[in-house]
Design a protein. Structure first.
Length: 283
């Protein structure tokens, strides 16, 4: 089966705060391989080809206070992907809490080549529906992305990194976003795991513009988290979250997913068909 991995963290680890880097390196046997991939997109694309992955979405976001990544992470991500537009899709970010001009910043990173937006409420320290009370930057960001057809991926669920505020990971606030911005494509990364799967499932079933993304969930436990996954397979994206903590291998995640008791049609939808609706490949 064709595979698109919608959540891969190729990031400039030289920007990471020491305590975050220590958490990322803890227990990993593939640290040297990760560094080779960070330094060489060609090497990473060769790896993807060798294991049968047709495309990877490269996820980066601006979180200087908590993770160490600055706004320049967008330039890194765009440059990393630019020579391999068929294989690599760059997701960047504008931090709505710190940006001085959201629209200008979004225009800038689009000019650099960013094709999707990643928001990480527990790391960027906001709630997705804060625009209803005070956070005008968020409303501007959503309106811009809706107009420009930039998909917005939200981290949903908890975070183990120092300083993270996991309460912002409850996806229920995205219900407001989906109502107020009905033409904005919204992706619920990690499906609210491990606390808010029911909220995520509800949002995907309720809103035509909301999609489930299953990265960061051990595939063997996926049907425990989402026993009715087959019902939303036509709105579900496969991702691994590699090399995030707890994700040892892209290949093992794919193999474990293929063993699940889902129909072949559901597996094909999740592994590639839904993702193919988001981006037209550039040559």
């Amino acid at each position: 089966m064709k595979v698109i991995d919608c959540h891969v963290h190729i990031q400039p680890w030289n920007q990471l705060k020491p305590e975050v880097l220590a958490r990322m390196k803890n227990g990993r046997q593939d640290y040297d391989q990760i560094q080779k991939f960070i330094q060489s997109p060609e090497t990473f694309v060769e790896y993807l080809d060798s294991v049968g992955i047709a495309q990877a979405w490269i996820i980066n976001y601006d979180s200087p206070d908590l993770m160490g990544f600055t706004f320049e992470v967008n330039r890194f991500c765009a440059n990393y992907c630019k020579d391999h537009p068929k294989w690599l899709i760059p997701f960047g970010s504008v931090n709505p809490r710190t940006s001085k001009n959201v629209s200008d910043d979004l225009k800038k990173i689009m000019d650099w080549g960013i094709r999707g937006i990643k928001l990480h409420p527990p790391h960027q320290l906001f709630s997705p529906n804060d625009y209803l009370s005070f956070h005008r930057n968020l409303e501007e960001l959503y309106r811009f992305c809706e107009l420009k057809k930039l998909p917005v991926m939200f981290h949903t669920g908890t975070s183990i990194f120092p300083g993270a505020r996991s309460r912002y990971g409850n996806p229920i606030g995205i219900d407001d976003v989906a109502v107020d911005f009905p033409n904005l494509k919204i992706i619920l990364a990690h499906g609210g795991r491990p606390l808010w799967q029911q909220e995520a499932f509800f949002l995907v079933r309720r809103h035509p513009n909301v999609y489930l993304e299953i990265s960061g969930i051990p595939p063997a436990k996926l049907l425990e988290y989402f026993p009715r996954l087959e019902e939303v397979a036509s709105k579900t994206l496969f991702g691994t979250d590699w090399p995030g903590p707890g994700v040892a291998s892209i290949v093992k995640n794919i193999d474990d997913f293929k063993q699940l008791g889902l129909s072949d049609e559901a597996k094909e939808n999740i592994l590639h068909r839904v993702a193919e609706q988001f981006f037209v490949a550039k040559m």
